[in-house]
Design a protein around this ligand. Structure first.
Ligand SMILES: Cc1cc2nc3c(=O)[nH]c(=O)nc-3n(C[C@H](O)[C@H](O)[C@H](O)COP(=O)(O)OP(=O)(O)OC[C@H]3O[C@@H](n4cnc5c(N)ncnc54)[C@H](O)[C@@H]3O)c2cc1C
Length: 529
């Protein structure tokens, strides 16, 4: 096998593979190095309960088709299919009332109106003004652009709607939601929905609420499991002559004359990169792989101070004889037809108290978070007539009592508690013979499987004002380039952050294409002026 390439990509998560696929199709000889036996990173699917039951270990709700990547790379031709359930998400409260978010915003408004007609009108107003027209295009397309500084944003968003967006940007997430809606259940729904995308409540994060409220119908389910996405991307890379080195970790990036010229693997083999090395790993690992001296003290300090998310999530995967049957579905049948199911937080006060417990390293008194039963929509993910489901309660990485290691010791007890809580909403889960097997995937398991998800941080680092836009991961590293020539950053620690949309990977291939003077076969995304 050749060990000389034009470029090497470190990590085969969705972003690394996107960068590799575009550049392979542009005619470069590309290698991707992955430490795990299978490609996929945060889009991995495994049979962790029983044979034939497919469980997505990390991402489940994909938005890769909302941007240009799937279309450009013709991923359908490589076997990738998504479905978009009409009832995208449901939020179930303990009194069995619920609110559903639909692909159709009018139906969402009708669901909200059962709690508050003014909030329903407000939702439609925000959705319309920030989800469509030039502003909607701006919000969608700016993900696929290099980040803008505050000054650039102010110049670009000088109109009334733009100024309103920037005013939201100055507020905290909760403040923004509270200012928009009057009913606390509606507020709780949108806060929870934003937190599920890893957005934090801190001064300067209010605009994320607008981004979330502006979109509907984006959450896709990959048929066959999330691993179908990396499988399709690998097929593109290999189809254009690229090579995936899996089960082999990068130990060192080789620098000569101030430029990255290759990588050394853990088995000592060197892979030469004549034109670029791109890494999808976390900032600290990137600096360590190259050596601090190459970056200078400002970058090293910035990377040392980089903050991981304030919480992680733990997953309870279930192999089931029947799908969860939510009591709330008796009054609102769409609860039973929903793709994403949010449980466990009834009010803003409860949400705040639960996150405060997590910040202290304690499990919240009542678990809260979202989950899904994918087999309701894609029966192929379990044996005939059976179901695979999961719930993702928010959780601390390090437990106050015993630290991160305590997750392994308390695995059974915590799994039991989560299942008991889940059963209070879906009583059939408590019936003998319904749960065939279970598997708890803890925040520590997240990091063990993907070490760049440091402290089980699932979106590449906290979304706080000094780590977003032109400051992600640090101001000096924010444009996918680094002080080391030909060394690029293509993962979720770069703008616009983690998620399965391919945006950081796509922005990096554009930076590399510019620097190498490549002729693009794709049309770069343009942001309306
Ligand atoms: C539990 C969980 C649920 C999530 N749910 C969603 C969701 O529903 N929707 C969504 O949009 N996002 C979700 N995410 C986030 C999403 O998975 C990530 O944002 C996304 O995977 C980032 O992609 P990436 O390519 O940048 O990095 P990653 O997917 O992290 O890929 C990096 C790859 O690099 C490899 N690697 C690490 N070190 C080395 C090394 N030294 N040498 C070689 N390879 C190495 C890793 O093994 C990994 O495969 C979730 C994350 C978690 C943890």
């Amino acid at each position: 096998m050749s060990t000389r390439f034009d470029g090497v990509v470190i990590g085969s998560g969705p972003n690394g593979l996107v960068t590799a696929a575009y550049l392979a199709k542009a005619g470069l000889r590309v290698a991707v190095v992955e430490r795990n036996p299978a490609a996929g990173g945060g889009a991995s699917t495994a049979e962790v309960t029983l044979p034939g039951f497919r469980h997505n270990l990390h991402s489940n709700f994909h938005a890769i088709e909302a941007g240009p990547v799937a279309r450009d790379l013709e991923l359908e031709r490589h076997g990738l299919r998504y479905i978009y359930p009409e009832v995208q998400h449901t939020f179930v409260f303990r009194d069995d009332t619920s609110i559903c978010l639909y692909a159709d915003p009018e139906r969402t408004a009708a669901s909200i109106a059962r709690f508050s007609p003014p909030d329903a009108r407000r939702y439609l107003d925000l959705h319309e003004r920030f989800g469509s027209g030039p502003m909607g295009l701006f919000l969608r397309r700016s993900l696929f652009q290099p980040p803008m500084t505050d000054d650039e944003l102010a110049e670009r968003l000088a109109g009334p709607l733009g100024r309103e967006y920037l005013a939201y940007r100055a507020r905290s997430l909760h403040d923004a939601v509270d200012g928009a809606f009057e009913h606390d259940s509606v507020r709780t729904v949108f806060k929870l929905h934003c937190h599920a995308s890893a957005y934090e409540d801190a001064p300067g994060t209010g605009h994320f609420f607008l981004r979330v409220v502006a979109r509907s119908g984006w959450s896709g389910l990959a048929l066959g499991g999330s691993a179908a996405l990396p499988r399709a991307l690998v097929s593109v890379v290999e189809g254009y002559g690229g090579t995936i080195f899996s089960g082999r970790a990068v130990r060192r990036v080789v620098v000569a004359g101030g430029a990255a010229v290759g990588v050394i693997l853990d088995d000592g083999e060197t892979i030469t990169a004549d034109r670029f090395v791109a890494s999808s790993l976390d900032p600290a690992t990137n600096v360590a792989l190259v050596g601090e001296e190459a970056f200078g003290p400002d970058v090293v300090r910035g990377v040392r101070d980089y903050r991981w998310a304030s919480w992680s999530i733990t997953t309870l995967h279930l192999a089931l004889a029947e799908a969860p049957r939510y009591r709330a579905a008796e009054a609102a049948p769409d609860v039973g037809r929903a793709y994403g199911v949010y449980l466990g937080a009834d009010s803003s006060a409860e949400l705040r108290a639960s996150f405060a417990s997590i910040a202290r390293g304690e499990l919240p008194e009542r678990f809260f978070g979202n989950g899904a039963c994918n087999t309701l929509f894609d029966p192929s993910q379990a044996p005939d007539g059976k179901h695979a489901a999961f719930w993702w309660p928010f959780a601390p990485y390090a437990l106050a009592d015993g630290g991160a290691a305590a997750w392994d010791e308390r695995r059974d007890e915590i799994a039991e508690r989560i299942l008991r809580e889940w059963s209070t909403y879906a009583p059939n889960l408590a019936r003998r013979g319904v749960v065939l097997a279970r598997h708890l995937f803890s925040p520590v398991d997240v990091e063990r499987h993907i070490p760049n998800m440091v402290r089980g941080s699932h979106h590449g680092g906290a979304y706080v004002p000094d780590q977003i836009d032109a400051s992600r991961p640090t101001p000096q590293l924010a444009h996918y380039r680094t002080p080391v020539a030909r060394f690029y950053l293509c993962g979720g620690s770069s703008h616009p952050g983690g998620s399965i949309n391919g945006a950081p990977g796509s922005n990096t291939e554009n930076a590399i294409a510019d620097d190498l003077g490549l002729e693009r076969w794709w049309t770069p995304v343009e942001v309306p002026g």
